[in-house]
Design a protein around this ligand. Structure first.
Ligand code: NAD
Length: 487
């Protein structure tokens, strides 16, 4: 059924990609990829384990010397072709993504372009990996710094951005001269495999990029983290899994980049442009049905504008169209699976039991399945579970605050520190609040902040390292110090 929706049916790949070959699991085992909007099976992909992962690592290792030896310009030309092919197949990639992930087609198209932008950016950035000369403390020496690729890298990625979370890692890795083994999320392997197909069409040599699919992430993850050949792991996903992987990487002292969960505050001060704040909240909260790590998780609204903001937000959210992401005009699709719906239900029940009021939604959506009704909760307080847990659903909890200090205290009262947002037109307040928020990213009068040229990443338990921007390629480079003596 899905094939009929694709202009290029060969983008639907149902085998994993190792050493330039499309392969099944050694055991022949497969797992189903399911459309979260309908529950229908879209395809089956290999359920791989340790041996196939070892083979993928060996392939990446074998491909490394020749890939590393290419000039940055040569690598950039290949990456540029890959980028162009991704954009040329934007519609098909978007359909595949919506089918396996559920997000509205327009958002999926946006993610394809956003994902491709990392490949283009890093292809160019690879040409700017500059070294350094350092004035020596004695005249008989010359000191130099060169930067080199870290080697074989691994990427473990989540289902909520099935393309962009891969290109954000593989783009800089390949541009820097590293090779890569990717383990996509079990729910969304088809986007990853389609990317690999386009990479081969672009001429990427065998082994430079490998994609291992599995329904048993720990079986693959244990090999990726334990292997002495893999010199770096980049992970995007939940904080508990990230902590486990970080610990597992200690055995081989691997470099790690971790992009973990968030608990973003979205602060609306009383001098905010309320209509702009509502637009920002809609984009930040309800994009991808609330399943993004940078989603507004807690809306902190100042006393004087609380009721007006709540009314405007509820009115705007009520007008959003909830449906299968493939349907025209859909703004909110299904959640990824039943467990995700149950989690959201539990958080809303906890809040309501402790005194919050659902002024909109508060239940599963009438469409049933994995659909949850867009929800606005008022009267939310910090003793409720939504204050600390990532909701990952279309639920906006509105907390009330009185002073700037109280807002900052509430905003920072979390172990996460990824994205934060606030709306104010007072320039002094803008500076003070921006400086005091303990977050890796701050959106000021803006609800959507990610792009390829800016550093994405968190502080505290939201992770280590940065993706995108000129900082992003450093994650895939080692610094080598050369000391020339005998001058
Ligand atoms: P998850 O941690 O369950 O899964 C992420 C990836 O880790 C998947 O590929 C999964 O198969 C794999 N995985 C799970 N257990 C593993 C193990 N034991 N060993 C190796 N791999 C393992 O997270 P998820 O539910 O897929 O994604 C949602 C989470 O990701 C949210 O917490 C969200 O905030 C976070 N996220 C963060 C960012 C960011 O950049 N900070 C971006 C997107 C998503």
């Amino acid at each position: 059924m899905s094939i009929t929706l694709l202009k290029d049916a060969s983008l639907l790949k149902t085998q994993a990609f190792i050493d330039g070959n499309w392969v099944a699991a050694d055991s022949g085992a497969e797992h189903a990829v399911v459309n979260p909007a309908t529950g229908a099976e879209i395809a089956r992909v290999p359920d791989m384990g340790a041996t196939e992962t070892e083979r993928a690592i060996a392939a990446a290792d074998a491909a490394l010397p020749a890939w590393r030896a290419k000039t940055a310009k040569e690598r950039a030309a290949l990456l540029r072709r890959w980028h162009d092919l991704i954009l040329a197949h934007q519609d098909d990639l978007a359909v595949l993504m919506t089918l396996e992930q559920g997000k509205p087609l327009a958002e999926a198209k946006g993610e394809v372009a956003y994902g491709a932008s990392f490949i283009e950016w890093f292809a160019e950035e690879g040409k700017r990996v500059y070294g350094e000369t350092i004035p020596a403390p004695s005249g008989d020496k010359r000191l130099l710094v060169i930067k080199q690729p870290v080697g074989v890298t691994a990427a473990i990625t989540p289902w909520n951005f099935p393309i962009a979370m891969i290109t954000r890692k593989v783009g800089p890795a390949l541009a820097a001269g590293c090779t890569s083994v990717v383990k996509p999320a079990e729910a969304t392997p088809l986007s990853a495999l389609a990317l690999a197909e386009l990479a081969t069409r672009a001429g990427l040599p065998a082994g430079v990029l490998n994609v291992v699919t599995t329904a048993r992430p720990a079986a693959v993850g244990d090999v990726l983290t334990g292997s002495p050949i893999v010199r770096k792991l980049s992970f995007t996903g939940s904080t508990p899994v990230g902590k486990r992987l970080m610990a597992a990487c200690a055995g081989t002292v691997k470099r790690v980049s971790l992009e973990l969960g968030g608990n973003a505050p979205f602060i609306v001060f009383d001098d905010a442009d309320l209509d702009a704040a509502v637009r920002g909240a809609l984009a930040s909260k309800y994009r991808n049905a609330g399943q993004t790590c940078v989603c507004a998780n807690r809306l902190l609204v100042q006393d004087g504008v609380y009721d007006a903001f709540a009314a405007k937000l509820a009115e705007a959210v009520a007008a959003m169209k909830v449906d299968d992401g493939l349907e025209n005009g859909t703004q909110i699709g299904p959640l990824i699976n039943e467990a995700a719906v149950k989690k959201v239900e539990g958080l809303v029940a906890d809040a309501v039991a402790k005194g919050a009021k659902a002024v909109l939604g508060g239940t599963r959506h009438a469409k049933g399945g994995n659909f949850y009704a867009p929800t606005v909760l008022t009267g939310v307080t910090t003793d409720m579970a939504v204050a600390q847990e990532e909701i990952f659903g279309p639920v906006a909890p509105l907390f009330r605050f009185r002073t700037d200090d109280e807002a900052i205290r509430m905003a920072n009262d979390t172990r996460s520190g990824l994205a934060s947002y606030f709306y104010s037109r007072d320039i002094g307040r803008v500076w003070r609040v921006a400086e005091q928020l303990e977050y890796g990213m701050v959106g000021i009068n803006e609800g959507i902040i990610s792009n390829e040229v800016a550093p994405f990443g968190g502080v505290k338990e939201s992770g280590v390292g940065r993706e995108g921007s000129h900082y992003g390629i450093d994650e895939y480079l080692t610094i080598k110090y050369l000391c020339l003596g005998g001058m």
